[in-house]
Design a protein around this ligand. Structure first.
Ligand SMILES: *[C@@H]1O[C@H](CO)[C@@H](O)[C@H](O)[C@H]1NC(C)=O
Length: 217
């Protein structure tokens, strides 16, 4: 009986640890260049014929230039996704993020990825916070050429508190890292006001006025 129980426990632990791997699946081929015209739905994007792959499928130019990506006028940053079709299924993604003087990339996390950031231009105050209950802050002022790593799933931020434009090159350990902005999750989403107020130890009126700032055109 005891042996059977132990076996059951070990089986559950083994199954659980296999399930706990939160990384992208390993590729079964050298590459799978994304065929964005395909209607086939797979875990990633369908591959084009490997015989048709060319060097440009693994190439992206222009990360030395500022801007060019989707911009946030509230926060003062823009993010340019480095689109490399040949990275499909290989478990990574990249972006150039420009932050104007005074701009922030507000506290957020990537549920499926660790991140390393390389400063291309300027200087930024960059950091992350460990999980509950410690909430330890690990942050530094980074300058051009500096690299900072953020463990998977932890809340991090970037603040250009200098006077010159700043840019980083961010590498993420997932093809689809996901993005959760803490402010948006609480105030732009549909969690009821009274629940947000109780959760943040504040009154409903304050929640309402913060929410008004998050009502974006
Ligand atoms: C930016 O903020 C950090 C953290 O508070 C500080 O150490 C640094 O001196 C600030 N940089 C500027 C240019 O004010």
């Amino acid at each position: 009986m005891a042996a059977a129980t132990l076996l059951l426990v070990l089986t559950v632990v083994a199954l659980g640890s296999g399930h706990g791997e939160a990384f992208d699946p390993n590729p079964l081929q050298d590459f799978c260049v994304a065929d964005t015209t395909s209607k086939v739905r797979v875990n990633g994007v369908a591959c084009k014929d490997p015989a048709a792959a060319v060097a440009d499928d693994f190439f992206f130019a222009g990360v030395d230039k500022p801007g060019g990506g989707a911009a946030s006028k509230w926060y003062g940053f823009s993010a340019l996704t480095v689109q490399i079709p040949g990275l499909n299924t290989l478990g990574e993604s990249h972006a150039r993020v420009d932050v104007a003087p005074g701009g922030v990339f507000p506290p957020h996390y990537h549920p499926r990825a660790a991140e390393t950031a390389l400063v291309l231009e300027g200087s930024v105050y960059f950091g992350f916070v460990s999980s509950y209950p410690d909430n330890r802050l690990f942050a530094k002022v980074l300058r051009k050429g500096d690299v900072f790593a953020v463990p998977q799933g932890l809340v991090h931020f970037l603040y250009n508190n200098g006077t010159a434009p700043a840019a980083i090159y961010a590498s993420l350990s997932s093809q689809n890292a996901g993005l959760v902005l803490l402010g948006d999750a609480l105030f732009a989403g549909a969690i009821p006001d009274d629940l947000v107020a109780k959760s943040l130890l504040m009154d409903r009126h304050t929640v309402g006025s913060i929410r008004a700032n998050f009502r974006r055109p």
